[in-house]
Design a protein around this ligand. Structure first.
Ligand code: MF3
Ligand code: CO
Length: 256
């Protein structure tokens, strides 16, 4: 299905800001749950209850049959890990928490990757570079730039460290649907893509592997893992394009 890339009205932008603020709060809360000994099932339960208490809907729950509210992916898992009572978080793991919610019909989507206790310097560097690749990308997330300027900035930054940029999954437009046009690749593109306009809203989400870019799916048909078993990190925000600096709708307020 192709839909046109939409420019949101000021009412829609207001609702997406509200959705984003609530998701940022969810992530700040979830960060505190991450400790050795907790199961991924428990983190998901806490996240779902928090989202529902705010009167919002966890958008991943039952999305295309996904069984939970928070996608939790450890170590060599790239994205879409399924929470489980048997999956216990351990010191030294890296854990990606990907969450989405709906507020008054509008979506927000964001992911963070955390180290559990002390992690290896290699893991720390992967997480830092993945997050920074997002910020390199959004230097071009403004009216007048082209969509793939973002992709190329993410890719060249991550690749300069020898990392693999996942190609099989991409970011996306977001609004009254979780996934809208356009697709937002993180890997290098030959063209510059569509012209960005103020009012477009994008979920920009680099997924970066220490090793090669190739991924595989586990038998649960959801969990995406690196084919070579290397560690993978994920960082995502819902971003509003403006005529100037982009507005990060799901970012935690400074100083927390
Ligand atoms: N943030 C992911 C995405 O944008 C999560 C959605 S997958 C789901 O695609 F099925 F779990 F919802
Ligand atoms: Co997303």
């Amino acid at each position: 299905m192709t839909m046109a890339v939409t420019v949101k009205s000021s009412r829609e932008i207001h609702l997406m800001r509200e959705a984003g603020k609530r998701l940022a709060e969810t992530h700040m809360m979830l960060k505190e749950t991450v400790r050795p000994g907790i199961s991924t099932w428990e983190i998901d339960r806490i996240g779902r209850e928090f989202i529902e208490k705010m009167g919002c809907i966890p958008s991943f729950l039952n999305y295309n049959g996904y069984p939970n509210s928070i996608c939790i992916s450890l170590n060599d898992e790239v994205v879409h890990g399924i929470p489980s009572k048997d999956r216990i978080v351990e010191e030294g793991d890296i854990i990606s928490l990907d969450a989405g919610l709906i507020y008054e019909g509008y979506h927000s989507d964001a992911a963070r990757t955390y180290g559990v206790g002390r992690v290896s310097p290699e893991a720390r560097k992967l997480m830092d570079v993945t997050k920074q690749s997002f910020f390199e990308g959004i230097r071009y997330a403004r009216e007048g730039c082209h969509l793939f300027d973002i992709s190329n900035a993410i890719a060249s930054y991550a690749e300069s460290f020898g990392y693999g940029v996942v190609r099989a999954l991409v970011g996306h437009g977001i609004g009254s649907h979780l996934h809208e046009d356009p697709e937002v690749p993180n890997h290098r593109q030959r063209r510059r893509g569509i012209l960005l306009k103020a009012g477009m809203t994008l979920a920009i989400e680099p997924m970066i592997n220490i090793g090669r870019c190739d991924v595989a799916w586990l038998d649960d048909d959801w969990t995406v893992v690196t084919e070579d078993g290397s560690l993978s990190a994920h960082y995502e925000n819902t971003v509003l394009i403006t005529k100037g600096e982009p507005e990060l709708l799901t970012i935690e307020p400074a100083g927390v």
